[in-house]
Design a protein around this ligand. Structure first.
Ligand code: ADP
Length: 477
């Protein structure tokens, strides 16, 4: 089966969150199963510098008002790529979603390029049977397929985070190369605007999101205004959990950590703690339960609940390390917390992949108190690295962590801690549960081992996506 993924991120070249990780792992896992999956993404300089370019598929004098554009063939290790090379839109400093003035045009260009490859294929005659777009950046792709002419590949839209929807003025309709008949509720229109994600969810043959619980939540109250549409399409909406890329996240082979370890040698984990504490400026306290959060600082991630509990945690003898960037208010509040508790609370404001690996290998507890979490990866990395995730029971966190209770401990199925209500008090109680279990090392190690033994591989999800494609009836051209 020939499948073209279209996305705006690819680890390790361009990543702002889980989307980049998924794009690196899922297509490769599907290729291992025999599917010919390729990925189209913008030709960001960081990508072009790292991959092997292999010639041009097509050249356009203009695409979406951004001037000359080309689609190039390229190869990343184990993953054939197409790159949308349009310097005016994609060769810029800053992150991929900075510079809002032409955000709509940039990602309409990407979606259009995906639809172009779906209709025309490449110079070697490769044409995808399935066009699979990821997140709002590619939401217009099913619209370009639906309103264009020529062969129509099947279309699939995956929601990695429904909070980001790409909503823009309907005055841009012509600029975005959409016909006037597209501006209807059956098309791209969303409350009088153009909704990129909305368009994809309305027009794609199938929809998926990254956990079964999130798939249910977004049809009810967590859909950020798209609940009705998703409930209407619930027969086409599937929740498929993300996995862990074991070539990147494996404590037995991780080049970034001081001491490598695995299930058979959990004792070798210990030296990573003082190393991380030293790097973060925390006291090298071997006894203190070490809590960490590695997260975008976004209100939906619920880090304000952690702020509510900093003093409590320190009073109970704990340490806290936070790696995060985002909301300036939250950044400031964590900095202040670190000043209030020198040696006990440490904060790294910024994004540091290597430090994140060290945190997972050192921490006792990884805090993931999200208000909403489509799947979440950090609680999976925590389990792989022998840190116990403490999560709010929502979305993929509910699906991937088994909270410690007398029953789950007795059955040896517990892998972490869960709490329900999105407030500081509820998190505080869960922290107390974690502190209590920490004082019982034998049970703690049992939970740690269960988490490390849990397989969150990509093979199962890769199969599930292929099965999803197979449910789409073939279309005439
Ligand atoms: P989201 O995609 O919503 O940000 P996920 O849990 O799915 O959340 O993915 C987050 C990814 O980003 C993980 O790989 C996590 O380790 C990484 N990450 C988040 N913040 C940081 C940071 N400050 N430094 C390093 N890695 C980070």
């Amino acid at each position: 089966m020939r499948v073209l993924f279209v996305a705006s991120e690819l680890f390790p070249y361009v990543k702002t969150g889980g989307l980049g990780d998924v794009m690196a792992a899922l297509p490769r896992a599907m290729r291992v199963l025999g599917a010919d999956v390729r990925l189209l993404l913008p030709a960001y300089p960081a990508v072009c510098d790292a991959v092997t370019l292999q010639g041009e598929v097509t050249a356009l004098p203009d695409l979406m008002g951004g001037g000359p554009a080309r689609i190039l063939r390229a190869e990343a290790p184990g993953l054939p790529l197409y790159l949308l090379d349009q310097p005016a839109y994609f060769e810029r400093p800053g992150g991929p979603y900075d510079q809002p003035e032409d955000l709509a045009h940039r990602f309409a260009a990407l979606a259009w390029a995906g639809a172009y490859l779906g209709r025309s294929g490449d110079v070697a005659g490769w044409r995808p049977e399935v066009l699979h777009g990821h997140d709002w950046h590619t939401g217009l792709m099913p619209a370009y397929v639906a309103y264009g002419s020529g062969p129509r590949p099947a279309t699939v839209m995956t929601i990695h985070n429904i909070a980001f929807q790409g909503r823009f003025s309907s005055a841009l309709l012509n600029d975005l190369w959409l016909p006037s008949q597209a501006l209807t509720p059956e098309g791209v229109e969303f409350h009088g605007d153009i909704g990129f994600l909305k368009a994809g969810l309305r027009l794609a043959d199938r929809i998926s999101t990254v956990s079964p619980t999130y798939a249910r939540e977004i049809q009810v109250a967590g859909g950020h205004g798209l609940e009705g549409l998703l409930a209407h399409r619930s027969g086409d909406l599937h929740g498929i959990l993300n996995g862990v890329d074991r070539t990147v996240w494996n404590p037995a082979r991780d080049p970034h950590i001081l001491s490598r370890y695995d299930l058979r040698h959990p004792g070798r984990r210990a030296p990573n703690r003082p190393d991380f504490q030293r790097r973060m400026g925390l006291q090298e306290d071997a006894e203190a339960p070490l809590f960490a959060a590695i997260s975008r600082l976004d209100p939906l991630k619920g880090l304000d609940l952690v702020l509510d509990n900093v003093d409590h945690l320190v009073r109970q003898g704990g340490q806290l390390a936070v790696l995060g960037t985002g909301d300036p208010h939250a950044e400031g509040a964590f900095r202040q917390a670190a000043q209030r508790h020198p040696g006990r609370v440490a904060v790294f404001i910024g994004y540091d992949e290597i430090l994140a690996h060290r945190a997972f290998a050192a921490a006792d507890v990884i805090l993931v108190p999200s208000r909403q979490e489509p799947c979440g990866l950090t609680q999976l990395y925590a389990q792989a690295y022998g840190a116990l995730p403490l999560v709010r029971r929502t979305g993929g966190l509910a699906d991937t962590v088994v909270g410690a209770t007398p029953a789950t401990l007795a059955a040896d199925t517990a892998t972490g801690f869960q709490f329900d209500w999105a407030n500081g008090l509820a998190l505080g109680e869960a922290i107390n549960d974690a502190l209590a279990l920490f004082r019982d090392p034998a049970t703690w190690r049992q939970v740690q081992r269960r988490g490390m033994a849990t397989e969150f591989g990509w093979e199962g999800p890769a199969r599930a996506y292929l099965e999803l494609y197979a449910t789409i009836p073939p279309k005439g051209d």
